[in-house]
Design a protein. Structure first.
Length: 142
């Protein structure tokens, strides 16, 4: 479980047309096995063509790969979270909701503390913002 020493992200992955092939499991397994991330909680929300919504917790799936990734589902996602996501979900689509801790960062934070330092800020910069900035820098260099 998260100990407050590493950042935690929530990632929503949409699958239009409810076309979920399961290929994401291999990458999640690799990241967990490498101790890069720890999956704290996960659930799958599905909205059928008729608008009905179903959701499945990690430990309720027939496919055991997800339940193995989330060893002890924390129940951190609430019904209100599912309702909010489902409200914006297109018909005949699904969303995987993943909550994971950046395990690698706990080690970095520990090193900082052992060096008598403290992390005073940790901000996420979207990849698109970096791409835009890089493009501007390259344009100015021409």
């Amino acid at each position: 479980m998260a100990d407050g020493k590493a950042p935690v992200d929530m990632v929503l992955v949409e699958f239009p047309g409810n076309d979920f092939t399961g290929e994401i499991f291999a990458e999640l397994e690799r990241l967990v096995d490498a101790k890069t991330i720890t999956v704290l909680d996960a659930l799958f929300v599905r909205k059928d063509a008729d608008g009905s919504v179903r959701w499945i917790e990690a430990d309720e799936t027939e496919d055991t790969r997800l339940s193995r990734l989330v060893r002890d589902p924390a129940g951190l996602f609430a019904e209100e979270d599912v309702e909010a996501v489902a409200a914006d979900l297109e018909l005949d689509s699904s969303i995987a909701m993943l909550l994971f801790e950046h395990t690698w960062a706990a080690n970095l934070s520990g090193g900082v503390r052992r060096a008598n330092g403290r992390v005073i800020d940790w901000a996420r910069v979207p990849a698109a913002a970096i791409d835009e900035l890089t493009g501007l820098i390259e344009e100015e260099a021409r």
